[in-house]
Design a protein around this ligand. Sequence first.
Ligand SMILES: NC(=O)c1ccc[n+]([C@@H]2O[C@H](COP(=O)([O-])OP(=O)(O)OC[C@H]3O[C@@H](n4cnc5c(N)ncnc54)[C@H](O)[C@@H]3O)[C@@H](O)[C@H]2O)c1
Length: 264
Amino acid sequence: MNNEFDFSGKVALVTGAGRGIGKGIALRLAKMGADIAVNDLISETADRTVEEIRNMGRKAAAFPGDVSKSEIIDAMVDEILQKFNHIDILVNNAGISLYRPILDCSEEDWDRHVDIMAKGTFLLMRKVAPHMIAQKWGRIVNLGSYVAQFNCTTKYFAPYCAAKFAIIGLTQVAAQEWAPYVTVNAVGPGDVETEMMELEWQQEGARRGITAAEVKEEYRKRLILERLQTPDDIAKAVAFLCSPLADQITGSHLIVSGGLPYHV
Ligand SMILES: NC(=O)c1ccc[n+]([C@@H]2O[C@H](COP(=O)([O-])OP(=O)(O)OC[C@H]3O[C@@H](n4cnc5c(N)ncnc54)[C@H](O)[C@@H]3O)[C@@H](O)[C@H]2O)c1
């Protein structure tokens, strides 16, 4: 029987893979046989992910850099292609978040979110897609969020939500432009236990006069499946979308939220 989840011979570029969900995705794809180009803004954390992947017997290299800068992206992708010869899977994961009411948001808050997430995803897809189209195979997965759905139910994350909706729009347009060889999908996490979420719980707790642990427990209780997600929960959905089982899925936004109810 063919192993539908064998990614041997494939090369994946994962952005923001120094920690959290990106690291989880890099490790899972490596576990399933892929070689990994590890990007992160912070080179030390990227190096640590590379080391873990090499210990699994896969090839990996760190490509530190800011995904919001086109000159950095272009040089990085050229370097990856020189080192690995091809890129088969691109996961646009790098991101930031901020718990802040719209009236307190600065222009810089807006620009940082849109630049790192929406523009970063655009720049990377624009640079990598021509190679995927030329080799007649490619899988792109962008990190969306449960907040970027038809009825956004989240307060205090305006620049974040706007950037995530932009990513979903980009995903849908790119899926049409690069069919049939390249599929472009998004995965939308709910509440994943990462440093990003820890900070959000602290910020919300400070605003409401309760502890971060109490906020976290509230978040957990609203989930149908009763537990917060791990980075690997998200990574499994990414792996599925890159596998032959998902050959006919493109332009989708797969929500992995533990069954977060619609109204929260
Ligand atoms: N944690 C959650 O519950 C959750 C929910 C929905 C969506 N997401 C999305 O998942 C992705 C990962 O989130 P996480 O929770 O792992 O966050 P995290 O903060 O733990 O990790 C994000 C990583 O991205 C890197 N990064 C930030 N800016 C960068 C840049 N300009 N260039 C390159 N790398 C950069 C950081 O250094 C860090 O290693 C983000 O896109 C986030 O919006 C997370």
